[in-house]
Design a protein around this ligand. Structure first.
Ligand code: GDP
Ligand code: MG
Length: 694
């Protein structure tokens, strides 16, 4: 059966680990009759956690997609991982969804990953609902969790369902929008009238909900004030507008264990959450400027590949979000990003690993195609060749790297091939050969992320992979001006070589990298030889005089020189300039620079002291620290990269697994004394070894 844009809703379920996302998907599918029983995550039989890695570790690692029919609509739900190691998977799901459901554990309220995910959704301006789960657990507190979100994110949260009791006394929920209650009933939940003892709370909550719904719409506000309340229809209309403008966050209560709170959530999505039509995507013009595109079924086809995975039976799976028009099975489209035609064969919807064939996907919908010849994640597919490509997924910088090689050198190529393929599937993974340090470096979002990738390769190929902490890319620079002159001369028999260069070098501002000026007066060096001089300077800067690291932030000026009518050449000037530079650098106070990372750490308040003193032990410079409420601290610091190579592991052990961090390169900063001496000694040892190997 075909679905039109107004019938489709795509929703990402996100939240801190263990809040119950995977369990909630089971409950949603059960309520819609897609599955006959909800499985516990521990059994390894849930719809969403179906890969061997997920079954073994009992956590979600990949985002998985499941669709379900509800009334006359089709809902696509993404289950996403909660661990920040797999944020790349969450980002795919966010990109392909118009709405997110943020899951909270009613015992814990806002947690560290909640904050990071919420900020991520803010950057995308995505509307969201709040599902406050675990109401059946001791210490569950619905109101505290709602208040937490309100205080933490400065948003208006309004309860659409409220719990009847909590912990051992949890009986179910009240659907405020429909004046009904739901209680557990065998496998699912059943509707009952609101029990008299909850009538008062219902009335109070409905009043607040009406007030929230009225806000932002003048007509409704007037009605609300004049008529002292709103009709059910008016509340629905107000909420529709509020969600569309992302003004309020509706909150729901429930439990994944007894399946309460599910029906009201599904009905709300049906009745209130707007159609994807008109939601915004971004495309990029050839000059790099961005342009918004509306989800629109009436335009020619355009779609975006949000995710690629490999299925052992079906082969390559491309998850395609349709932005405009309709994507049909057995059609031909243009892959804008790869500049070639692409044949679409069969199209599918999924329920976890199960593929269900469909003839078409309309604008706003998401599904998958198998074995596409060229399509990769981030590709734009369209009917017209002139369609602009959509903007690529925005993924965070990697925080953890490992140098990787095969135990047996002959397997290195195979490993590289597999890792490069893994990078195509996973945008937060990178695998690059660092020519400077002569290492193959695999980088990702944490040690768990990297170890899962390497394990998979080991399972597939039986090849032994060895890892080591990667070498840091240091730089060299100078502290003061210096001048030198160098004559390159070989004039004994045959064609001679002659060039003389007078060169001055001076420090530039940090980050300015390099400049070259020709200040030769009166033709002492012919114009034609100046490029040779510059090449020599650049070559010299590839390996500094201290430890062979690239030289940065130096301005070179060629002042004077001398040439020979027959024996001079560009090559001769290059050699002279290279040597002149090295000589000058030795006299210019050469120093080492190390990369400094900008680090943001999120930890529970009780670890704050430990983390702060640990950071100063890592030569960190604390820039600021703020209490985010609910016992969570954010620390911003600048720390040498050298000291953060194992931070993913160390932070976890210091915080019993609760801490989390982000980091990006910030700048280079000088080092001296013993730290510099050690780096220089290690570099010399490394160069010696390389020479022996060659
Ligand atoms: N008591 C209780 N346990 C729950 C609830 N929802 C999920 N769980 C359990 O919490 C654990 C983590 O659930 P899971 O769905 O894997 O969480 P996820 O990491 O967010 O996907 C599992 O043992 C679930 O059975 C709930 O509402 N109440
Ligand atoms: Mg999960």
């Amino acid at each position: 059966m075909g679905f039109s844009t107004d019938m489709v809703r795509t929703i990402a379920i996100a939240g801190h680990g263990q809040t119950g996302k995977t369990t909630l998907i089971e409950r949603l599918l059960l309520a819609a009759g897609v599955i006959q029983r909800a499985e516990a995550v521990e059994t390894g039989k849930t719809v969403s956690d179906f890969t061997p890695e997920e079954i073994e570790r009992k956590i979600s690692i990949y985002s998985s997609l499941a669709h379900l029919p509800w009334r006359n609509k089709l809902f696509n739900f993404w289950d996403t991982p909660g661990s920040s190691d797999f944020i790349g998977e969450v980002i795919c799901a966010f990109r392909a969804s118009e709405l997110a459901i943020m899951l909270l554990d009613a015992r814990a309220g806002v947690q560290i990953e909640t904050i990071k995910l919420w900020r991520n959704l803010d950057r995308r301006n995505k509307a969201r609902l709040l599902f406050i789960n675990h109401m059946d657990d001791e210490r569950a507190d619905f109101e505290a969790a709602v208040q937490d979100v309100h205080v933490q994110f400065k948003v208006e949260v309004c309860a659409v369902t409220i719990p009847m009791g909590s912990g051992k006394n949890y009986k179910g929920i009240i659907d405020v929008l429909h004046h009904k209650a739901y209680i557990p009933d065998g496998n699912t939940e059943k509707e009952i009238p609101v029990p008299p003892e909850f009538e008062e709370e219902y009335t109070r909550t409905r009043e607040i909900l009406a007030g929230a719904a009225a806000e932002g719409d003048e007509d409704l506000l007037v009605k609300f004030i004049d008529e002292a309340g709103l009709s059910d229809e008016d509340i629905v209309r107000g909420l529709q507008l509020a969600i569309k403008d992302n003004r309020i966050v509706p909150a729901f209560a429930g439990s994944g264990i007894d399946g309460t709170g599910i029906t009201s959530l599904l009905n709300f999505i049906d009745e209130i959450v707007p159609s994807p039509e008109g939601c915004l995507e971004v495309s990029v013009k050839p000059d790099g400027t961005e342009e918004t595109v509306k989800i629109d079924p009436s335009q020619p086809l355009s779609c975006f590949v949000v995710k690629t995975s490999n299925d052992q039976f079906s082969g390559k799976l491309s998850y395609i979000k349709v932005i405009t028009g309709t994507l049909s099975a057995d059609s031909e489209v243009f892959n804008i990003s790869e500049d070639r035609k692409e044949k679409i064969g069969k199209l599918y919807r999924t329920v976890g690993k199960k593929l269900i064939e469909t003839k078409e996907l309309c604008a706003g919908d998401i599904g998958l195609a198998v074995k596409l010849a060229s399509a990769k994640t981030n590709n734009t597919l369209a009917a017209n060749q002139s369609t602009l490509p959509f903007i690529k997924l925005r993924t965070p910088a990697p925080v953890y790297s490992m140098a990787v090689s095969a135990k047996d050198k002959k397997d290195d190529d195979k490993i590289s091939e597999l890792l490069l393929r893994a990078c195509e599937e996973d945008q937060t993974l990178s695998f690059v050969y660092n020519a400077e340090t002569k290492q193959n470096v695999l980088s990702g979002m944490g040690d768990l992320h990297i170890s899962i990738i390497l394990n998979r390769i080991k399972l597939q190929t039986k090849i032994e992979v060895q890892t080591s902490i990667p070498r840091i890319a240091y730089r060299e620079t100078i502290q003061r001006k210096a001048q030198s002159e160098y004559t390159h001369k070989k004039q004994s028999g045959g064609h001679g070589q002659y060039a003389r260069v007078v060169l001055s070098i001076a420090p530039l501002e940090r980050g300015e990298a390099y400049s070259f000026t020709n200040a030769v007066f009166g033709g002492a060096i012919s114009k034609g030889y100046i490029p040779g001089v510059e090449k020599g300077v650049k070559e010299a800067m590839e390996n500094g005089v201290l430890a062979g690291y690239p030289v940065v932030d130096v301005g070179a000026t060629v002042l004077d020189g001398k040439e020979h009518p027959v024996d001079s050449s560009e090559m001769a000037f290059k050699i002279a300039a290279r040597n002149a530079f090295k000589d000058a650098m030795r006299n210019a106070g050469p120093i080492l620079l190390e990369p400094i990372m900008s680090l943001t750490v999120f930890v529970d308040t009780n670890y704050l002291g430990d983390i702060m003193s640990d950071l100063s032990g890592r030569r960190g410079h604390i820039l600021g620290q703020s209490n985010l409420g609910n016992g969570i601290e954010e620390i911003r610091a600048q720390v040498p990269h050298q000291e953060l190579l194992k931070y993913a592991i160390d932070l976890r052990s210091m915080t019993s697994g609760t801490g989390s961090f982000e980091m990006v390169f910030d700048h280079y900063s000088p080092i001296s004394g013993k730290i510099a001496d050690d780096v220089i000694a290690a570099a010399k040892e490394f160069i010696k070894q390389q020479n022996e190997d060659d």
